[in-house]
Design a protein around this ligand. Structure first.
Ligand code: ADP
Ligand code: ASP
Ligand code: MG
Length: 404
């Protein structure tokens, strides 16, 4: 069977008109002899609304109830798609995660799919039906509904492609593919034809919302090639695949950025062994993810300054935890929410000296001050003032010839 997984994101199913449009896309594949399995996200805005409601009802809304609530949007979209396919004379049915079932492991709100029972879906496909599967959700070992983290229907699609041995996995979204940077922020951004899992994972983890980072890990682990394309216009998109399939001499593949980081500085911390651990222990115990860290070299051997970044939404909690931490002392606590992390990504930088220098020089030329730096083998990130994002993107895009 020529099984094909088609995943539609929030804006692709955002209105009744859009759902009618994607139904015709689905049918066009069926007419070509494919057996489509559809994975859908919720209509755009729905998941955010549900999250808002959970916060309004209680600060301590349980993780398990939270997942029941926020997974509800997918049910609406799936039944509308199946309903439209029926209307056009095609056999189709919606399936929620628990009905298949899709089994997950891990904590609520960031579970991972570990198995998908195939029997019912395969029988349905054999009977010429088009299954429409709810993305973003599954169940855990005690049969409670779980969700896969924001943007998690990408992971649902990739794991469906894996378990149903699909020939192709196509992620339909509101842009034409993966670009050198967010095309909605930088008009000059260029569509990337092929990108490796490694580069896509870094780009996604560092802010490129177009693919969920965990989904790329799933794809890489299971060697699932992904096609990302637009449900709005019929054009070739981007292929995400293994490095070996890519012939390209680009040093930098893309630039990612975040808009929801906050910087915390502890000034005048006692410089003694174990102090950083004492600062970060309560943050870790409270699931606060610390990202970039810099500690100044102590000038007098007694005191130092420590700066780190976290997600803005964790700022209040972080401040509270630091203030009540009796294991540490410091002179002052400074916070800054107007920061953004800008990262350049590319496997080509492993073999190319001077990339860091070129990045810093390009930013300096535009008078952009670098607050914190962090690097890995295939990325360099800098923290800058949020007001400089566009200037920085443009400067780096030009410096690394991504316009070409
Ligand atoms: P969907 O609802 O289809 O899952 P998302 O909103 O999750 O879509 O992801 C698509 C969005 O990702 C685009 O509208 C775009 O603004 C954003 N984006 C960020 N970085 C990139 C990038 N490098 N390439 C393409 N899109 C990007
Ligand atoms: N509806 C979910 C979200 O908004 C899942 C997804 O869009 O992939 O995060
Ligand atoms: Mg998405």
């Amino acid at each position: 069977m020529k099984i094909l997984v088609l995943k539609f994101g929030g804006s692709s199913v955002g209105t009744i008109e859009r759902i009618k449009k994607i139904a015709s896309i689905i049918i066009s594949y069926k007419k070509k002899g494919f057996k489509p399995i559809i994975v859908s996200s919720a209509m755009s805005g729905t998941t955010n609304d549900l999250i808002k409601k959970s916060k309004a009802i209680s600060h301590n809304f349980s993780a398990s109830e939270h997942d029941v609530l926020v997974s509800a949007g997918e049910q609406v979209a799936c039944s509308l798609i199946a309903g439209r396919l029926n209307h056009l004379g095609h056999k189709s049915q919606s399936w929620m995660g628990w009905q298949i079932p899709i089994l997950t492991e891990g904590v609520h709100s960031s579970s991972r799919i570990v198995n998908i029972h195939k029997k019912k879906i395969l029988n349905y496909i054999r009977s010429d039906g088009i299954p429409v599967i709810a993305g973003f959700q599954g169940i855990n070992s005690v049969n409670r509904i779980t969700t896969l983290g924001r943007g998690g229907s990408d992971a649902s699609a990739i794991m469906c492609a894996r378990f149903f041995k699909a020939q192709r996995c196509i992620i339909y979204t509101d842009v034409e593919g993966v670009y050198t940077t967010d095309p909605n922020t930088l008009k000059k951004a260029k569509k990337i034809k092929v990108i490796s899992y490694e580069e896509m994972l870094e780009m996604a983890s560092l802010g490129a919302k177009v693919m969920q980072p965990a989904s790329i890990q799933d794809a890489r682990l299971n060697r699932i090639d992904i096609e990302v394309k637009s449900s709005f216009v019929k054009k070739e998109g981007t292929k995400i695949t293994k490095k070996k399939n890519i012939l390209s001499n680009k040093i930098i593949r893309g630039i990612s950025f975040t808009k929801n980081d906050a910087k915390v500085s502890l000034i005048g911390v006692k410089d003694k062994p174990g102090i950083a651990a004492s600062i970060f222990e309560p943050l870790s115990n409270n699931s606060i993810n610390v990202d970039m860290v810099v500690q100044n070299i102590s000038a007098n051997g007694k005191e130092t300054d420590l700066t780190f970044t976290i997600k803005s939404e964790d700022l209040m909690k972080t401040k509270r935890l630091i203030k009540k931490n009796s294991k540490i002392s410091f002179r002052s606590l400074l916070v800054d929410k107007n920061v953004s992390k800008v990262s350049i990504i590319g496997v080509g930088m492993i073999a190319t000296p001077g990339v860091t220098y070129r990045m810093f020089k390009a930013l300096a030329k535009k008078n952009i001050n670098i607050l914190v730096i962090s690097t890995s083998e295939i990325k360099i990130s800098v923290l800058v003032n949020k007001k400089n994002i566009n200037k920085a993107l443009l400067a780096l895009h030009t410096e690394f010839k991504l316009d070409k």
